[in-house]
Write a protein that binds this ligand. Sequence first.
Ligand code: PEP
Ligand code: MG
Length: 585
Amino acid sequence: MTQGIAASPGVVIGKAFLFRPEDPNVPKYVLDDANIEKEIARFHSALDITRHQLEDIKRKSEKEMPGGYSRIFKAYIMILEDPMFVDEVHNEIRNFKSNAEYAVMKISNELIELISKIENEYVSERAVDIRDVVKRIISNLLGKERTDLSSLSSEVIVIAHDLSPSDTALMNKNYVLGFATDVGSRTSHTSIMARALEIPAVVGLGNITQRVKTGDLIIIDGNHGRILVNPEPEVVQDYIIEQKKFQDFERSLDVLRDLSATTLDNHTIDLAGNIEIPEEVESILKHGAKGIGLYRTEFLYIRKKEMPSEEEQFIYYKDAAESVAPDPIIIRTLDLGGDKFTSYLEFSDDVNSIMGLRAIRLCLQRQDIFMPQLRAILRASVYGNMKIMFPMISGVEELRRAKALLERAKMELADQKIPFNPNIEIGIMIEVPSAVMIADIIAKECNFFSIGTNDLIQYALAVHRVNEEIAYLYEPLHPAVLRFIKHAVDAAHNAGIWIGMCGEMASDPIMAPILVGMGLDELSMSPASVPEVKKLIRSVSIKEVREMAQKVFSFSTAWEIEDYVYEETTKRFPELTAWISLRSQ
Ligand code: PEP
Ligand code: MG
């Protein structure tokens, strides 16, 4: 048995599929006649992606490496456009029905052989350039098309070093029973996505990819963060029983679906759901969440190869708003960057950095991306109870600039006589420590707050949220984090606005009593967590949780607080003890 981090609950037993998107092996297969033209189109789209990548490198090297070095990339781009190469690949695909990767490999090898024979040093050295370009084309063909998890055709447990947001967004849920990865933490987007898709998962396992082969029998215990490889038959039997018990436990909570999250003394909290992809609206309804408290719109960008258009976004937002109406839907504007990064879209590496040009910073700079999204949200706002939320706000200026652009979008729509809700509520994510400290000032300029603990904890404690090596330092119950939360709640209430929480801390039933006790008005979480959190809230009085929320401030460490909170919570909801693993965040 190997212990990792419990990323998504549930128990599954199945065959392993070792997923290695970085594998350089070039597959060879014969195409059906019907797929030949599609294959040629796939080849051209890989050429386009490669061209964009090379142009990007060329631009960068012009800046960073003066002295004509960038000319090499110009030469590379010329190889992509060389009819001798492109036409020959076409012929190979058409005449021999070869898949594009194989065709590219074959033709380039012939080309390399040919020019290697030329007795001119300059020309023969171009073989190296061709190899490099070919590697890029093939990896674009493989990485983006063939080896994604949407093409699985039987049920498997995916074992991977890591899964990118696009891997998980594209994953065929019908065939992925569960997954386990070498790296990651509870708040990495791989884990968030696993909970969203309700797929049991364990992350941060170190070197599981080296210990598992495709076809091995695997048990994933997502409740306790464990994975077992080729277990004995008796152990399998034990886990079949465990699996059934967990399903029964979940089913026992179904009766709460249409009930509100009201305490024993009649205080109601709104429990909403977080969604990443449009299909998840279903699980909002299934688990009895009261609307959508966080729509992570970046996944619309991540799972596609091009920007979703205004029209496309409008339809997604409108459909989601109509599905949950009259309950609210909070659309968060594009929060691209950090670990939610896409390589399809051409951005600088800085977007990838958690402190870099990401989220609202990127949107304020790239209005060509931001304005269509603002217009799409406004247009959809007449179809439900829609609110808009800006991520990563660190100061009032940023909020003012975002609001100014929203006003501009409203004016454009008004000019075009397109309907929208002119009074759409505007909120911000509280996820940067500076926003907490000036929450009283920001609260005067928006209608609501939602605390994003995933980022707030990482920035407050200086602990990267996806790094399993320091996961033990990522403590939601750190006294500093609780003080930040309390400070934001008090500032919001003093200014007369409501405040919710949409970070993963809100999905953890153990946290619910103190969060409610601290005064949060709304909690938004992975939809599957709603029943457990609801059950807890219905088992406590507001009076007792307020006392608990005060008491936690008398402790000095996260561990002391966790022991206290765990004991108090499980007293009220004892069945939880079987399914919760502590200190595995
Ligand atoms: C957060 O930071 O807590 C949050 C909800 O946003 P995301 O996880 O998408 O960064
Ligand atoms: Mg965030």
